[in-house]
Write a protein that binds this ligand. Structure first.
Ligand SMILES: *Cc1c(COP(=O)(O)O)cnc(C)c1O
Length: 464
């Protein structure tokens, strides 16, 4: 399998290089040169298989032999072993034609674990084969840091350093990072803000001597392999509900467009996905775009669904490449304009392609609490604010009522206790397997916002 950049100017790469590279050298994102497909018989054969086996079948074509289907099955079984539900990604019915796909059974209680747990292992395997190591350095305002730490802990070829602003993340968020007892994980509480942490990471990457000596690398939200691993839960859900013989729709609370892009890939692989329904919060750039045909930036507003407080959905670039006929020069032109002017417009033909599959609905904070309250009253389920927005979008959809809709439950409600308490009057409790965290010993280094101090801390702890 060969991978091409959405801007058409970067070298064509194989699976392992795409895994280790992240962003393409021309500023674009990698996509498969051609979409692999599964036959109707193969899709039917997924239902009833253990999750890791079904996922391996879906994922193997993307590796083109660099990782075999059997190797994927073993690696994924290991990645998902510690998850809190033996089905890994269970479906739960909440209405006559409406299901929830629970993607919060991983170690940090959000869907990003499903891809990161696999990518961490694939990273380690590729580096070992090449006899290389990397030092991952990242800044976090809360949730990304813990997902990365959980994915990379105990990996032999990787050391991880995560900077967070001291005193400015919640206790649960801090403990999710600092109680991880692994020799390759290092948490730094920086005396500063989240922006200071980000600036510090940038400064480290901008020092070529330091960067090369320690093989600095990043955990990237635009890594193709993360998108590829996520295809598996769409595929498994579709097969469980009757694919290829019954059409299906998914409702996805969307920020960076990474999750829903995996659903698009599942459709390209042959799964009978009739519609993709996006939910957005007050940061509604995608909803406005689907209405008007113009992508226009606006200031970011904080909401109860912080993982969707995003204005530039970086993975949208991959869909853009597809709907302009895989013309990299056109993508570069449109996004160049977007960077300069904060807006771009698509022609009717490209918009027609997008609107043929996608629709989008927006919900504000008050509406989000209403949905949480109503779903709890009507079904007994507690849903997190992100999930509530997807459910709302599913309910708004004008889709043929014969088609089942699966709403993605992207986080566990216990991650957002304040919003849940406002909606239903009580705080959800953490799953039992995480409760030990609240009393476990913390490992964290306080550091001044000082490059020399941070560099010497990292240099002293990187394993050789
Ligand atoms: C990251 C995240 C989202 C948004 O997903 P994208 O891939 O960025 O669109 C939605 N919900 C939760 C809980 C998340 O953590």
């Amino acid at each position: 399998m060969r991978y091409v950049s959405t801007r058409g100017q970067a070298p064509i790469l194989g699976f392992e290089d795409v895994l280790l590279t992240g962003l393409a050298r021309d500023g674009g994102l990698y996509l498969p040169e051609a979409w692999p497909t599964l036959s109707a018989v193969e899709i039917r054969g997924l239902s009833g298989k253990p999750y890791a086996e079904a996922a391996a079948r879906v994922l193997a074509p993307y590796a083109g032999g660099a990782v075999t289907q059997d190797e994927f099955a073993t690696l994924l079984a290991d990645a998902y072993r510690g998850f809190g539900h033996t089905a890994v990604a269970p479906l739960k019915q909440i209405g006559p034609r409406h299901w929830l796909l629970e993607l919060f059974h991983g170690p940090t209680l959000a869907f990003k674990d499903y891809a990161l747990q696999a990518v961490g292992r694939l990273f380690d395997r590729a580096l070992a084969r090449r006899n290389q190591r990397v030092t991952i350095v990242g800044a976090t305002s809360g949730d990304t840091g813990s997902a990365a730490i959980e994915a990379l802990r105990d990996r032999a070829a990787v050391d991880v350093f995560i900077l967070f602003p001291k005193g400015r993340v919640s206790e649960v968020q801090r403990r999710q990072m600092t109680t991880v007892d692994a020799p390759n994980v290092h948490c730094i509480a920086l005396d500063g803000t989240f922006d200071d942490c980000q600036d510090m990471v940038k400064a480290l990457f901008n020092d070529p001597g330091f960067r090369d000596e320690h093989q600095l690398s990043a955990v990237n939200s635009i890594n193709w392999v993360r998108i590829a691993v996520q295809i598996a839960y769409y595929a498994a859900a579709a097969a469980a509900l009757g694919a290829p013989d019954r059409r299906i729709a998914f409702a996805v609370p969307t920020g960076n467009f990474g999750n829903v892009l995996s659903a698009y890939a599942a459709k390209r692989m042959g799964f009978p996905i009739e519609r993709l329904i996006l939910g957005s919060n007050a940061n509604d750039i995608l909803t406005r775009f689907l209405g008007s045909g113009e992508m226009a930036m606006a200031p970011v507003q904080p909401t109860y669904s912080p993982s969707m407080d995003i204005q530039v959905s970086s993975n949208f670039e991959r869909l853009l490449f597809e709907v302009v006929g895989r013309d990299g020069a056109r993508v570069a032109e449109l996004l160049g304009g977007f960077r300069k002017e904060g807006r771009f417009r698509l022609d009717d033909e490209a918009m027609g392609r997008i609107r043929g599959l996608f629709e989008a609905h927006r919900l504000d904070d008050a509406g989000t609490l209403d949905v949480i309250r109503r779903i709890h009253r009507d079904t007994g389920e507690l849903v997190d604010p992100h999930t509530a927005i997807g459910i709302f979008a599913a309910e708004k959809s004008r889709l043929d009522p014969g088609i089942p809709i699966v709403s993605l439950a992207t986080a566990h409600p216990a991650k957002f206790p304040d919003a849940i308490e406002r909606a239903v009057g009580f705080r959800p409790s953490l799953p039992e397997r995480l409760q030990g965290m609240m009393t476990a010993k913390e490992r964290v280094q306080d550091l001044a916002n000082d490059q020399k101090a941070v560099k010497s801390f990292i240099a002293g702890r990187v394993r050789r």
